[in-house]
Design a protein around this ligand. Structure first.
Ligand code: NI
Length: 174
């Protein structure tokens, strides 16, 4: 947090780059980085690439022990459409804000669309934690980190201090 790359607005991936070696290599870097750090999602801006590419998904996560499964997904040029006005607050962390968590309001239900690395269409309606992860990652492409979405800064703190609230037990931070 604070690095100027994280505040950049990422550029759309042009259609002629679908299926390209640059995108394949970027996606591989994103998965490797995400998995090495135990994250559940990562955006290209977090590794210094200002392209509209995010990856997310997990079967289970020590960082988010109560979270449901989310299919492993790569999304190019994602677009989010909120479904309804309902919002939900939940705790978020971010590999670009290490060691911290905050309570963040997000749209409860969304539709998201985008493309796979090969250019096939993705179109899903999701809710809850899945919807939250997508909103968090897509925010990164617009230079937005989750603390900028918080409405109550008294609910922002260190993972080790919040361990009981988060149900993290003895799991190592990050
Ligand atoms: Ni993040």
């Amino acid at each position: 947090m604070g690095h100027p790359e994280l505040r950049r607005i990422a550029e759309p991936v042009p259609e002629h780059e679908f299926g390209s070696a640059r995108i394949a290599s970027l996606v591989e870097d994103l998965w490797d980085t995400m998995e090495a750090r135990g994250g559940i999602g990562l955006a290209a801006t977090q590794i210094g690439e200002a392209s509209r590419v995010v990856v997310f998904g997990m079967e289970s996560s020590a960082r988010y022990p109560d979270a449901p499964e989310i299919p492993r997904t790569v999304l190019l040029n994602p677009v989010i459409e909120p479904l309804g006005d309902e919002r939900e607050e939940a705790w978020e962390g971010c590999l670009s804000v290490p060691g911290m968590r905050g309570l963040v309001p997000r749209h409860l239900r969304i539709r998201y669309r985008g493309a796979t690395p090969e250019g096939a269409g993705v179109d899903r309606e999701v809710a809850g934690f899945h919807a939250r992860v997508v909103q968090h990652e897509c925010d990164h492409l617009d230079g937005i980190l989750y603390p900028m979405r918080m409405t109550d800064m008294s609910r922002f703190g260190f993972e080790e201090e919040l361990a009981d609230v988060l149900g993290l037990g003895d799991c190592p931070p990050d």
